[in-house]
Ligand binder design. Structure first.
Ligand code: ATP
Length: 204
């Protein structure tokens, strides 16, 4: 089974692209969802949080995700430590789910991961796709979707890995700067290059 990692900067259109691909019958594993699910799947993470923060991050015996989020997003050190703890579990869970899809007979599967390159997930993939939008377009779409000012949007984009680095790392690029029809053509072309027969095409 071909394992394809998909990533893209903020508001570049990754979700839109993944939706189109999944509509072709290619299953998607979402790294962000897994990052949330590992907390209930692997009790060792909760043990670590109890040891590290005590009752502060628990409310009525349940993990208080909001409080945990507040802590890890306000301290770079805490965020790094937390990431180091959960990353092996996320990696393991991604592998498990992709293995399951492979055993179910799928010819290809997508890993949807905003931090594909930053976390090194692409190393476990057969290839990677970067969803790209020109800087001006990305900025406009981000401002519109998040209802924020240009300055805020620029700050959010600047906090991410620079797009030129991602362009260098990606095996394929889907340019989503134009309208959606053009993007769909780009995706179809990339899949053709990868030699993937989609469900849609098989039915013809
Ligand atoms: P994030 O990672 O920040 O959640 P994303 O990369 O998944 O974002 P989307 O949510 O797919 O990006 O798209 C960002 C915004 O741009 C959305 O409001 C979406 O409707 C819009 N958009 C995406 N692609 C196009 C397009 N080709 N033409 C016009 N608008 C688009």
């Amino acid at each position: 089974m071909l394992r394809i990692g998909i990533t893209g900067g903020i508001a570049s259109g990754k979700t839109t692209v993944v939706k189109y691909i999944s509509g072709k019958g290619i299953p998607v594993v979402d790294a962000d969802i897994i990052a949330r699910e590992v907390l209930s799947l692997y009790p060792k993470i909760l043990d670590y949080l109890k040891g590290r923060y005590g009752e502060k991050v628990f409310s009525g015996g349940e993990l208080d995700r909001k409080e945990l989020g507040r802590i890890i997003f306000s301290s770079e050190m805490d965020r790094k430590e937390y990431t180091d703890v959960i990353m092996p579990y996320i990696r393991l869970e991604i592998e498990k789910r992709l293995d399951r899809l492979e055993s179910e007979g799928f010819a290809a599967a997508i890993l949807d991961a905003p931090l594909l390159f930053e976390e090194g997930f692409e190393k476990d993939m057969d290839c990677s796709i970067l969803v790209y939008a020109e800087a001006k377009v990305q900025l406009q779409r981000l401002m519109k979707r998040n209802e924020i000012t240009e300055e805020e949007a620029r700050r959010m984009i600047r906090s991410q890995m620079p797009v030129r680095e991602k362009l260098e790392l990606a095996d394929f690029v889907v340019d989503n700067s134009g309208d959606l029809e053009r993007t769909k053509e780009e995706i179809d072309m990339v899949f053709m290059k990868m030699g993937i027969e989609c469900e849609e095409e098989k039915e013809k």
